[in-house]
Design a protein around this ligand. Sequence first.
Ligand SMILES: Nc1ncnc2c1ncn2[C@@H]1O[C@H](COP(=O)(O)OP(=O)(O)OP(=O)(O)O)[C@@H](O)[C@H]1O
Ligand code: SF4
Ligand SMILES: [Mg+2]
Length: 354
Amino acid sequence: MSTMTTSQPSHAADRMPDFSNDLQLSVRDLEITLTTRDEAKPLVKGISFDIRRGETVCLVGESGCGKSVTSLAIMGLLQSPPLSVTGGQILLREGDSVTDLAALTPRGSAYRDLRGRAMSMIFQEPMTSLNPAHRNGRQIVEMIRQHISLSRAAAWDRMLEMLRLVGIPSPEIRAKQYPHQLSGGMRQRVMIALALACDPGLLLADEPTTALDVTTQAQILNEIRKLSVKRHTATLFITHDLGVVAQLADHVHVMYHGKIVESGTVREIFKNPRHPYTRGLLASVPSLARDQETDMETLDPIPGSVRDLPEDPSACPFQPRCRMALKRCAHETPPEFQVSETHKARCWLEAEIR
Ligand SMILES: Nc1ncnc2c1ncn2[C@@H]1O[C@H](COP(=O)(O)OP(=O)(O)OP(=O)(O)O)[C@@H](O)[C@H]1O
Ligand code: SF4
Ligand SMILES: [Mg+2]
């Protein structure tokens, strides 16, 4: 198993000199490939990002850009075959040790042991995690006892405390019910309680509230935010909803066609978006297009679709949809430009203003 203690540098540790103490997850040059009989198609093309303890990092981008496969790769839950991690590192801290998840076998016992205990995931559809045939409380108790050495009674108390923490009234009654006896919002809360039951250092959330009404969505987002701050959980939140990003994120990564095209603090991304794709996303949101102190006063959706790709594979992938494209964009991939210490953009316009 590729586990190393940070206090005892090893050969592997030499390759990650800056894994500071507050870093919980560091994804470095991650590549995910779809392999069929006819081709090997890269879906995620070398993305890198960090998440620190207590920090919420949002991954945003249009449908199909690779958000879900990224989170599934971290959890070791990619559908394999045809999908697999074909490059990069996924460094996860647990206590004093750091494990490169990309070097583990996803179906192996080491990975299985980390799921639920060191990291867990909440999905849009709660029944992805919940078993319809088991009572709500029992599912959480089993998860706790699988990873933590606690008596049944102590695990039961911990489960009730978790249900209370995620805002479930009368947890003693709800614990004895089955998932189908709860409303959609309540089921979502039970799934969050299940995910957080073992106090994982890393929480992955893939569009967890998209199917809920706006009021329940806002309440649940608040709970997730409060819990992650209180328990110092590093959270990766995946969404295409920029309103949610504004409410939750510390740091934002904007993905387009399997690459991160812009990243920065939430303030940098909302107040000073540099990549035309990020500007387009912001201009497509009614409330943001009206409220932000930018020059985008009206709704202005991005033209074309994410399937529009340039003819030349070495072009900027956004070129066919970009209103600001320069001549070189049609045949040269832009590198990453540093806008500030925390802000980066992959766009040739940055070279023009230097
Ligand atoms: N099991 C799979 N088999 C084949 N292709 C897949 C599979 N899962 C994902 N893909 C492809 O990988 C690409 C990225 O998919 P992904 O689900 O990560 O997108 P996403 O950014 O999460 O989109 P959405 O916002 O719609 O959830 C898409 O082109 C998708 O069709
Ligand atoms: S590199 Fe060129 S085509 Fe790509 S986003 Fe920037 S301006 Fe548009
Ligand atoms: Mg998805």
